[in-house]
Design a protein around this ligand. Sequence first.
Ligand code: HEC
Ligand code: HEC
Length: 257
Amino acid sequence: MRRHAAGILLLTLAAAASGRGQAGPNDRQRPDPDAAARGRNVYVARCINCHGLDVKGTENGPSLIRSVAVLRDFEGSEIGPAMAATNVHAANLAEAERVDVSHFLKLQIETTARNRNPMEPPDVLTGNADAGRAWFNGEGGCNACHSAIGDLAGIGGRYRPSDLQQRFLFPRGGGRPETPTLVTVTPSGGAAVSGTLEFLDDFVVSLTDADGAYRSFRRTPELVVETEDPYQAHWDLLDRITDDALHDVVTYLETLK
Ligand code: HEC
Ligand code: HEC
């Protein structure tokens, strides 16, 4: 009985050791869909702004599809050290997150490899334009702020499809003037002051009011601060949009030429 148990333990250890020991650049880590899905959430929240929607990089960060560190990575073994090796990453990932992100990136690499086409980047226009239009004016709520014949008229001609998708998910920046955040500060017993947000942290809030005057307030529990981020609808979208809706709406926007 005892011997039997010890034998199993030894076998388990040997299997674990050989699994690790053999993992090298040429070993393929089979992407686990559940881990990849969790990794995708981490990626969307913390990496996508710089490494891009399709993981192929932006002006703020390199492609992780072509990264040797990611290709060599086994369950997070290389990603953590590679992130720590530069000072652009304010915080590294927890171990479990590294494993999940690793699975997500491996899956991304496989998908990219499958779609590889020497002529064109992978097609983001795989959706249904009619469904995209319906979503734009319905569940997506886009028509509250945009119009296909107003501000978004001709947008399909202004951007390549992959850039259009990036603009839609991350509309801030990209050389366009920033739409300011509005803020209203109400001191206890005092009159509310509204304006354009200049600075906000746990201790201070400051703004430029309608007359162009700079006003600063020390934050206390009594001080009520209400901000209105004009991009909020877009940040919220990242949490709720499905891949199908994303492909449909981008395909629809691309028809606005
Ligand atoms: C603020 C922008 C920014 C964010 C956010 C960001 N990165 Fe990076 N990352 C970079 C830049 C820039 C480099 C290249 C740094 C260098 O070469 O010194 C880089 C390099 C890397 C590398 C090394 C690539 C290589 O081949 O050497 C990895 C891996 C990486 N990032 C992973 C991540 C992950 C995972 C996240 C999210 C948890 C993330 N990064 C978030 C900007 C960013
Ligand atoms: C609450 C208001 C609001 C809602 C709702 C909203 N957006 Fe936006 N959107 C903005 C703001 C503000 C900008 C940035 C202004 C700009 O760059 O022209 C923007 C920018 C964009 C851009 C980039 C425009 C460009 O020329 O670069 C696209 C594309 C876009 N939105 C599509 C959508 C779609 C599709 C939806 C529906 C899911 C949506 N938006 C919902 C406010 C909103």
